[in-house]
Design a protein around this ligand. Structure first.
Ligand code: NAP
Length: 457
C-alpha cells in the first residue's frame, strides 16, 4: 500500500467512527449538537481523504465541482428553519442524483466487464438513486407549495405503478443477464425516474414526513450500493447508517401518524381517505388578562407547541413565560408530538435553542395521562397534532393518528393568528369545545404580552 492509500484508509476509518458517534449523539437532545458536529467532521474527513485517492489524475474537475457545489449549497443552507424540510428533500435529491451519476459513469467506463455482484449493486444504486431523485424533487416542490399539497390521483394509478415497478424490475433482471444491452439499463433508469414521481404525487400532506424519511433511507441505501461498486468502505458504512436510520425513523413516524408499514412499502400511500366532517359552532375568544390569571393561579400548565411556534419563532418567549410561571410555583411541562412542526424533532430543536431543559420535555405517551389533572393546556400554533377528530371520528382523514389530548385538560388556551387550518387542511373541533379559549394573534407577540400580564397578576 502506498502512503497515499494509508492516509486514505486512515481518514475513512476516522470518518466512519465519527459517523457512528455522530448518529449516537443525535439520539438525545442534550448530545445532538455534539453529534451533528462529529458527523460534519466525519464528512469533512471523508472528503479530504478522498483527495488522496490514487486514481485521481487531475484536480481540475474536482475543483470545478467544489465551486459549483458550494455555490448551490451555501445559499440553500441559509434557508429559515421553517423551510428546512424542503431543503432536506433537495439534499436527498442531490445525493441520490450523485449516486446515480456515479453508477452511470461506472457502467459507461466498464461496460459489461464488472462481474455479477458489482453489476447487481450498480443496478440497485442507479435504480434507487433515480427514483429518490425525482421523488425528493416532488416532495420539495410540495413542501415549498410549488405544487398542490393535497394528493394528486388518477384512475388506474395503482395499476400504472405496478406496471412501472414490474418494468423496472424486468429491465434490471434483463440487464443483469444481458449486461451488454445498454437499452435495458437506460430503460430501467427511465422507469425509476417516472416511478419516483408517481410514488410521491399521490401522497397527502399529513404523510409527507414518512415520505421524507423513506426517501432519506433510499438515498442512503443507494450510496451504500455505490460503495460496493467503487469498493469504498466509508460510502458503504455511511450509506448503510443513513439507509437504516432513515428506515427506522420511517417506522417510528408511521406509528406516530398511524400509517401501516405495508402502506409505505408498496407506495401510493397517504391518499387522504374519509371525509372532514367540518366541525362547526362558535369559537370562544378569551382576553390576555383572563389567560394571565388562569396561568398565574394554576398548579400545572402544559405547553403544546406546533408549527405556528416555529413560524412565529416564539420559542424564547415560551421559555420566558415558563420561567415566570415556575418562579410563581406553577408546574410547567412541554408536550412534544412526534410530528409537530414540519420535520422530525422540530419542536425539540427549537426548545433546546431556547434552553428549555430536556427534563421538562414530555413525549405524547408521557403527557397524555397527566392532561386530565392539568389546569391549563396552552396550545402554541399547533392544530393537527391536537385535533380530537383523529381519536373520536373514524371518518376523519386523520382517524387513528395519535394526538396530544389537550381537550381532556381542565382548560385549554389556543394561541393562533385566526381561523387558519393546519397542515392537513382539516377543521379542528377542539377550537369549538366549551373548554377551549382562543387567544388570537401571532404566537410570539401573544406570549410576550402574556409574560407582562402574568407579572402584573
Ligand atoms: P399545523 O397543523 O400545521 O397547524 C399550525 C397552526 O399554526 C395553524 O393552524 C396556524 O393557524 C397556526 N400558526 C401559523 N403561524 C402562526 C403564528 N405566527 N402564530 C400563531 N399561530 C400560527 O401544525 P402542527 O399541529 O404542528 O401539525 C404538524 C402537521 O404537519 C401535521 O399534520 C404533520 O403530519 C405535518 N407534517 C409534519 C412533519 C414533521 O416531520 N414534523 C413534516 C411535514 C408535515 P393560523 O393560520 O390561524 O395562525
Amino acid at each position: 500500500m502506498s502512503n497515499a492509500q494509508y492516509i486514505l484508509e486512515a481518514t475513512y476509518l476516522v470518518a466512519s467512527i465519527l459517523f457512528v458517534l455522530g448518529l449516537k449523539g443525535l439520539s438525545h437532545p442534550d448530545s445532538a449538537r455534539r453529534g451533528m458536529i462529529m458527523a460534519a467532521c466525519g464528512m469533512a474527513a471523508a472528503v479530504l481523504g478522498t483527495l488522496f485517492h490514487p486514481e485521481i489524475v487531475s484536480y481540475t474537475w474536482i475543483l470545478i465541482g467544489l465551486v459549483i457545489g458550494s455555490a448551490i449549497g451555501i445559499p440553500i443552507a441559509m434557508v429559515p428553519m421553517t423551510a428546512m424540510p424542503q431543503r432536506t428533500a433537495l439534499s436527498h435529491a442531490f445525493g441520490a442524483l450523485a449516486a446515480s451519476m456515479v453508477g452511470v459513469a461506472e457502467y459507461i467506463i466498464h461496460g459489461a466487464n464488472m462481474g455479477p455482484i458489482k453489476m447487481g449493486a450498480l443496478g440497485f444504486e442507479v435504480m434507487l438513486g433515480s427514483l429518490t431523485t425525482t421523488g425528493s424533487l416532488i416532495a420539495a416542490a410540495k413542501l415549498q407549495e410549488l405544487m398542490r399539497g393535497t394528493p394528486i390521483q388518477f384512475k388506474g394509478q395503482h395499476l400504472v405503478n405496478l406496471l412501472l415497478a414490474l418494468s423496472m424490475a424486468g429491465c434490471y433482471i434483463g440487464w443483469l443477464t444481458h449486461p451488454g444491452m445498454a437499452v435495458l439499463f437506460y430503460g430501467m433508469i427511465a422507469c425509476a425516474l417516472i416511478f419516483g414521481v408517481l410514488l410521491v404525487v399521490p401522497i397527502g400532506a399529513a404523510d409527507m414526513p414518512v415520505v421524507m424519511s423513506l426517501l432519506n433511507s433510499y438515498a442512503g441505501l443507494s450510496s451504500a450500493a455505490t460503495g460496493f461498486v467503487l469498493s469504498n468502505n466509508v460510502l458503504i458504512i455511511a450509506g448503510t447508517l443513513d439507509g437504516f436510520s432513515g428506515f427506522i425513523l420511517s417506522i417510528l413516524m408511521c406509528r406516530a401518524m398511524n400509517r401501516s408499514m405495508a402502506n409505505v412499502l408498496f407506495g401510493g400511500f397517504g391518499a387522504v381517505v374519509g371525509t372532514d366532517t367540518g366541525a362547526t359552532g362558535t369559537m370562544r375568544e378569551v382576553s390576555l388578562d383572563d389567560v394571565a390569571v388562569q396561568l398565574a393561579y394554576a398548579n400545572q400548565v402544559v405547553f403544546v407547541p406546533g408549527y405556528g411556534m416555529a413560524t412565529a419563532q416564539a420559542q424564547h418567549a415560551v421559555r420566558e413565560l415558563g420561567n415566570i410561571l415556575e418562579e410563581r410555583g406553577v408546574g410547567v411541562k412541554y408536550a412534544i408530538h412526534p410530528v409537530a412542526g414540519r420535520m422530525p424533532g422540530h419542536m425539540n430543536v427549537l426548545l433546546a435553542e431556547a434552553n428549555v431543559p430536556y427534563s421538562s420535555l414530555y413525549e405524547m405517551e408521557q403527557i397524555n395521562p397527566e392532561l386530565p389533572s392539568t389546569d391549563v393546556a396552552v396550545v402554541i400554533g399547533a392544530n393537527d397534532v391536537v385535533n380530537p377528530d383523529a381519536r373520536d371520528n373514524p371518518q376523519s382523514p386523520i382517524a387513528g393518528m395519535p394526538i396530544i389530548e389537550v381537550d381532556r385538560a381542565k382548560s385549554v388556551v389556543v394561541l393562533k393568528r385566526g381561523k387558519g387550518k393546519g397542515f392537513s387542511g382539516l377543521e379542528n373541533p377542539l377550537f369549538f369545545k366549551p373548554v377551549t379559549g382562543m387567544l388570537y394573534g401571532d404566537a410570539k407577540s401573544s406570549l410576550t404580552s402574556l409574560v407582562q400580564a402574568v407579572q402584573k397578576v
